[in-house]
Write a protein that binds this ligand. Structure first.
Ligand SMILES: C[S@@+](CC[C@H](N)C(=O)[O-])C[C@H]1O[C@@H](n2cnc3c(N)ncnc32)[C@H](O)[C@@H]1O
Length: 382
């Protein structure tokens, strides 16, 4: 069966959904780009749609051509690849793509403007950048060889010829540097030195953010004259984390000392129950700490497991099913992780429970990252 063709109505549906999500009209220059680049040309035949409950359902173009096309022109992130059971590549949600382009100033900045897009995947975002800036200004980098090839072939089929590089975008791409703009489409917990070195002074680095604790927020940095940069976090989007070429993993069995127990008055739900502002603050200020809920019933009825990146320090926080004002805590290793989390949460409360948007980051010429938060009209270094 021949697949149905995308129509003007499909494009209009996408534009309407994006406009509704943004809450304001799409600036004309971006609307033109979205009308020019047909999203379905960038999607593989098999895509996975979120089921709203954290799972994904397959949509196969051959079996469900109408549904596949409908998905292509809906304001949704579409997973295009899984690795070890987890999504490892996707076509980003169009409204998030537009928000990122707006954050980069692509609706107003003077041309020419050279950009490195990090994380090619389908090539859709790279095509929008080509439509906005011209193919010669766009370099796009993808770690995964098969995805880089597919992305390049999608771009060619749609009539775009940016420079497509297969490689680890943590190192940027010196051959075409410097860039006016570096735009990552995966999240990081640190700005790689190469990104700072490859951006012109006064240029922009836009990247989704993650910490081991919380994958959320988008950082918009402006670079200084001396390799420094500073900017703010913005309260949108959880993007998949940057992948790195395979390396050794920490040994979770190696732990230091004997476990110590205590009682905590901080509820684990306060810092791991979905309050993104609190979780973002903890993630920014307690480096390397991550959490998982243990609902197996082995630790009645619920336990929060906290561990650091080395696996040597850990903490558990137990809810006994009755008391919401005291919790049993066990900690082990060189770091007292729950004490660190508690101190971060106390600071967040003291500062008036700042939102993600009140946070920012300064990076000096030596690459030292210093987060800050703006509260009560003043900047507080964290
Ligand atoms: C959310 S997808 C990007 C969406 C894409 N820009 C689009 O328009 O469809 C993230 C992509 O980043 C890639 N990626 C992750 N880590 C990377 C790295 N270190 N270097 C280059 N690409 C990377 C992933 O393989 C994945 O394809």
């Amino acid at each position: 069966m021949r697949a149905p063709a995308a129509t003007a109505a499909h494009t209009q549906q996408l534009l309407d959904q994006v406009t509704q999500f943004l809450g304001h009209p799409i600036p004309p220059v971006l609307e033109r780009a979205l009308r020019t680049v047909p999203r379905h040309l960038f999607l593989p035949d098999r895509i996975w749609l979120g089921d709203g409950q954290g799972g994904y359902g397959l949509c196969d173009r051959a079996a469900e051509p109408e549904r596949w096309l409908e998905a292509a022109y809906s304001d949704a992130s579409l997973v295009t690849q899984f690795t070890e059971g987890l999504p490892s590549s996707s076509a980003s949600m169009p409204s998030m793509v537009v928000r990122t382009l707006l954050l980069a100033g692509l609706d107003t900045l003077p041309r020419p403007l050279s950009v490195a897009e990090l994380g090619t995947a389908t090539g859709f975002n790279a095509a929008l950048l080509c439509a906005l800036l011209g193919d010669r200004e766009v370099t796009t980098i993808e770690l995964d060889a098969a995805l880089a090839e597919a992305g390049q072939s999608n771009l060619r089929a749609a009539g775009y010829t940016p420079t497509v590089v297969r490689g680890d975008a943590a190192g940027g791409w010196w051959d075409r540097a410097p860039y006016d703009l570096i735009l990552a489409t995966f999240s990081v917990d640190r700005i790689p030195a190469a990104w700072l070195a490859q951006t012109v002074p006064g240029g922009r680095i836009i990247t989704p953010w993650n910490s081991a604790w919380c994958c959320y927020g988008t950082l918009a940095l402006t670079t200084g004259q001396d390799g420094s940069a500073q900017g703010r976090f913005h309260s949108f989007a959880a993007f998949m984390p940057m992948r790195r070429p395979a390396a050794g993993t920490p040994d979770p069995a190696a732990e230091d000392g004997s476990p110590q127990t205590a009682t905590s008055t901080l509820s684990p739900w306060e810092v791991a129950g979905g309050n993104l502002d609190a979780e973002f603050h903890v993630g920014l200020t307690v480096p390397g700490a991550s959490f998982g809920w243990d609902i197996s019933g082995d630790h009645a009825p619920v336990r929060l497991d906290v561990v650091d990146a080395t696996g040597r320090s850990w903490a558990t926080v137990d809810y006994d099913g009755h008391h919401s004002d005291r919790f049993a805590v066990t900690q082990c290793g060189p770091r007292r992780l729950w004490n660190e989390v508690t101190a971060a949460h106390e600071r967040w409360q003291r500062l008036g429970r700042p939102s993600v948007d009140q946070h920012g980051l300064a990076i000096d010429a030596a690459g030292t990252h210093t987060p800050w938060v703006e509260a009560a009209g003043r900047k507080h270094t964290l």
